[in-house]
Write a protein that binds this ligand. Structure first.
Ligand code: AMP
Length: 397
């Protein structure tokens, strides 16, 4: 079956067409600047050159029409419309309602809408993507795959904040966690690579990209994760603070006569390694180059990022009582031997050692721990689109 995977943002739409039998990508692409001047679709049919078309896209309906046109046109299309058997949608927030992927119906749409106040930038855009697909592909089954679902196995003591319990009861304020599709995919794949049953393993997954989160996966189930009610909590990220004292918000508001929206913007867009490096860059490639030249701003940012990751690894080892393997994934985790090296060099307390030669790997599955390491260290490239396609196929075949 050919599965269309859709990841819809407020002004962008990423897509991949995946063959469920071979699990190969047939075509992938992106619609940018939806609803804004200068919109375009960029896509690459497998084995062909990248195609870019500037096209007005006043809304997501038009974007989906252009995606279908790109996939099915006579000149360089890759599929017939009727061959698309199902559509899998990435949905950011499933609240407590969704513990796994589901076939989309009116009740599911209403439930996604009901938790939209927990992800006001993302869920409404995800819903627009679903409705646009339903319009263009009536009758084709659609599946919702939630970023939060994998983390729903966390015990109460891991997901509750030290707030009055009534806030949880009234508003659902708690840790939900994100990047769940990635944590799930990587932890399952790590068990396969290790040749062990997931039920017997205690794993820590480090998803280190522009957004970054860790999860503790015990016996195949998530028992803790670093992102919280929103993706702002936890690790220091490209532009997000991660954990800070909540009083900082009021403090900055008073000092700078700023509004809540101003401070929220600072915490999400102007902080993280970008802010710590005095605006040098949020991109780890730039930061690493500068670090190696001795740039103090880059050294401060990367060292602070690394320290936070190591602290969480220690915490999650304590939470599980032991750790068998630590997995690195996403842009930085998969590609940056430099940052992985800085992190792994601080894991001596676990008896972990790094194989420096193996750690040169980029974007491939590989053990990077030394032969004498008490904890396996491994790189496992994530593949959220494939995980979405697998769930979609399983529910629609
Ligand atoms: P993601 O959000 O998973 O796409 O990851 C984006 C981050 O990965 C950016 O900070 C990139 O700088 C970083 N990244 C990608 N490739 C490399 C690389 N070869 N070395 C260091 N960082 C990289």
């Amino acid at each position: 079956m050919k599965i269309l995977v859709i990841n819809c943002g407020s002004s962008s739409l990423k897509f991949q067409l995946i063959d469920s039998e071979t699990e190969g990508v047939i075509c992938k692409g992106l619609c940018e600047r939806i609803g804004i001047d200068g919109s375009r679709i960029v896509y690459t049919p497998v084995g062909k050159d990248k195609i870019t078309k500037e096209e007005p896209m006043p809304d997501h309906n038009r974007a989906i029409e252009l995606v279908i046109e790109a996939l099915t046109n006579a000149e360089n299309g890759v599929v017939k419309l009727e061959e698309i058997g199902a559509v899998g949608h990435r949905i950011v927030h499933g609240g407590e309602k969704f513990t796994k992927s589901v076939v989309i119906n009116d009740e599911v749409l209403k439930a996604i809408e009901d938790v939209s106040d927990l992800a006001p930038l993302h869920n409404p855009a995800n819903l627009i993507g679903i409705r646009a697909c339903q319009k263009v592909m009536p009758g084709v089954p659609m599946v919702a795959v939630f970023d939060t679902a994998f983390h729903q196995t966390m015990p109460e003591y891991a997901y509750l904040y030290g707030l009055h319990y009534s806030y949880y009861e009234k508003y659902g304020i708690r840790r939900y966690g994100f990047h769940g599709t990635s944590h799930s995919y990587v932890s399952k794949r790590a068990a396969e690579i290790l040749g062990k049953d997931a039920a017997d393993l205690k794993l820590i997954v480090c998803h280190l990209g522009n957004g970054a989160s860790l999860s503790a996966v015990d016996g195949g189930k998530c028992v803790d994760t670093s992102m919280g009610l929103t993706p702002l909590e936890g690790l220091i990220m490209g532009t997000r603070t991660g954990d800070i004292d909540p009083s900082v918000v009021e403090f900055i508001m008073k000092k700078e006569n700023a509004s809540v929206a101003d401070v929220t913007n600072i915490l999400n867009k102007k902080s993280g390694v970008l802010g710590l490096s005095n605006d040098l860059s949020s991109d780890f490639r730039d930061l690493e180059d500068a670090y190696l030249k001795g740039d103090k701003n880059a050294i401060r940012a990367v060292d602070t990022f690394v320290y936070r990751v190591v602290k969480y690894i220690g915490a999650y080892t304590a939470a599980m009582g032991r750790v068998d393997a630590i997995c690195f994934t996403a842009g930085v985790g998969e590609n940056s031997g430099f940052t992985r090296g800085l992190i792994c060099d601080k894991l001596g307390f676990l008896g972990a050692t790094l194989d420096k030669e193996a750690n040169k790997v980029r974007g491939e599955e590989k053990f990077i721990s030394g032969a004498d390491s008490k904890v396996k260290l491994l790189v496992v490239p994530t593949n959220e689109e494939l995980a979405i396609a697998r769930d979609t196929y399983a529910l629609c075949k």
